[in-house]
Design a protein around this ligand. Structure first.
Ligand SMILES: [Cu+2]
Length: 188
């Protein structure tokens, strides 16, 4: 996708500005995309893009961060819905239960996105507008990576949109209900 964006951008502006993420995070080193399709009889659909950046910290170490841009449609207007990364990149089930439970490589309890002890896949809630669309950018995630074959890699896992809001407290799922949208996270 970056290549396509740069080609599009050539006559307009520099490629670097096409990243959705602040340049302070450093150059983009990996991108992955999940095409979200409706499940459980819903009309939810859209795209979730994962961008990983790398910068050099003051102590000289490489600091990677993942940023999640979502653009989702067919949601219930004006309502919040649980939004997670689930363990298995398999959306084939009509109810998306094939994606299994939350991505939780550290064995933590479910919680809010920024809690130090929450699941790596806990992305909180998305909020639909009056037309049932939700878009936004979640920046600076530190628990996940787009690297291959490491325990916290989200490649080949799945993004799930739920039928209800995540209360950020109930175990192990935040009482977020059925799975109304599912997409496998694949390298772009
Ligand atoms: Cu979930």
């Amino acid at each position: 996708m970056l290549t396509r964006l740069c080609l599009l951008a050539l006559t307009l502006t520099a490629c670097a500005t096409q990243s959705p993420v602040d340049e302070a995070y450093g150059p983009v080193v990996a991108v992955a995309v999940a095409n979200v399709e409706a499940r459980s009889g819903s009309r939810v659909n859209g795209t979730v893009t994962f961008t990983e950046t790398e910068r050099t910290a003051s102590d000289g170490t490489a600091e990677r961060r993942v940023h999640v841009q979502y653009d989702l449609h067919g949601l219930t207007p004006n309502e919040a819905r649980g939004f997670h990364i689930h363990m298995v990149g398999n959306c084939s089930g009509a109810d998306a239960m094939t994606a299994a439970g939350h991505f939780n490589p550290e064995g933590h309890n479910h919680g809010s996105m920024n809690g130090s002890q929450s699941h790596a896949g806990d992305l909180g809630n998305i909020k639909a507008d009056a037309n049932g669309n939700a878009s936004g950018l979640i920046k600076d995630l530190r628990k996940i990576t787009l690297r291959e074959r490491v325990p916290n890699s989200v490649l080949w896992r799945s993004v799930i949109v739920h039928a209800q809001a995540d209360d950020l407290v109930s175990q192990p799922t935040g009482n977020a209900g059925a799975r109304v949208g599912c997409g496998v996270i694949v390298p772009d």
